[in-house]
Design a protein around this ligand. Structure first.
Ligand SMILES: Nc1ncnc2c1ncn2[C@@H]1O[C@H](COP(=O)(O)OP(=O)(O)OP(=O)(O)O)[C@@H](O)[C@H]1O
Ligand SMILES: [Mg+2]
Length: 263
């Protein structure tokens, strides 16, 4: 008589939640010792000329994101605890060569990257950067610094999840900057370049040069151009839609982000 054996079926293993793989990466050599897979947050950059509306937009985005439960951190140029004051002083004196000023700004950036941006991303924050390496590179490029040297220098930078460039025609920028500060800034008018003795004229020429350089940078770096000449509310609405899409795509691929909704 044939012996029938009972086959014992083992239950399928309970599914183990696997943390989503971080897609974070550096542009180049990066900073040593950073565990990229642990960066769960998002880095969102708002770029644009002086007066293009970056602060206005970031303030709205912070309110909206925090209102929907996200922790945020704001960073920007010349905000490091290490060298921001010294950088300000050096600019007042206008004593540094283009190269040393460039390295000074790179130090300010590196300090914020290491001590603010990366820890916040590790903790799952949404980091909003008011300008990033692109402004630094564009400013240096219009002052004759080699783009390849700059690309290497900023190989330390983390690739953001999104870069929004607020495009505003230079003539509209002048109006806004005047309305806000009743004056033009020496550096933002490119007065150190000797384009014109007239600050107003120099501002227009300099901002046109900067916009041209940003277009060049777009061949290497990915930006989303946002028409910043519309009303602040219209610009905010577009930014929110785009950021929402970014956070939703993360959620649908198993990311750790909840969908952000307009408050
Ligand atoms: N979309 C807009 N339309 C018209 N005016 C605007 C718009 N956005 C901002 N402004 C106004 O333009 C001025 C500059 O805006 P804001 O300070 O946000 O720009 P910014 O890019 O942060 O400038 P800065 O380079 O000085 O930091 C402010 O007076 C602001 O109220
Ligand atoms: Mg501002």
């Amino acid at each position: 008589m044939p012996v029938t054996r009972k086959i014992k079926r083992t239950p399928p293993p309970a599914s183990v939640p696997v943390p989503p793989e971080s897609r974070a990466h550096f542009y180049g050599h990066g900073l040593p010792g950073v565990e990229l897979e642990k960066l769960n947050g998002k880095l969102i950059v708002v770029e644009g000329a002086d007066g293009s509306g970056r602060s206005t937009q970031i303030a709205q985005l912070v309110r909206w994101l925090e209102g929907s439960g996200h922790a945020t951190l704001q960073v920007g140029l010349k905000r490091s605890t290490l060298v921001s004051e010294e950088l300000e002083q050096a600019q007042h004196g206008n004593i540094l060569s283009h190269t040393t000023l460039s390295l000074f700004y790179a130090t300010d950036f590196a300090d914020q990257l290491e001590h603010s941006i990366l820890p916040a991303l590790r903790a799952g924050f949404i980091v909003l950067a008011d300008r990033y390496i692109y402004t630094l590179m564009a400013r240096d490029m219009v002052r004759g610094i080699d783009p390849v040297w700059l690309k290497n220098l900023y190989g330390i930078a983390l690739v953001p999840d999104a870069v929004f460039y607020l495009e505003v025609p230079p003539r509209a920028l002048v109006q806004r900057v005047f309305a806000k500060n009743q004056a033009l800034d020496f550096w933002e008018s490119g007065m150190d370049l000797g384009l014109s003795r007239d600050m107003f004229d120099s501002f227009l020429q300099y901002q046109k040069l900067m916009q041209k350089t940003f277009r060049l940078l777009r061949e290497t770096y990915e930006f989303t151009i946002i028409d910043g000449s519309r009303s602040p509310q219209e610009v905010t609405a577009e930014l929110q839609t785009r950021i929402e899409a970014l956070l939703c795509s993360e959620e649908s691929t198993g990311g750790s982000f909840a969908t952000a909704r307009a408050a």
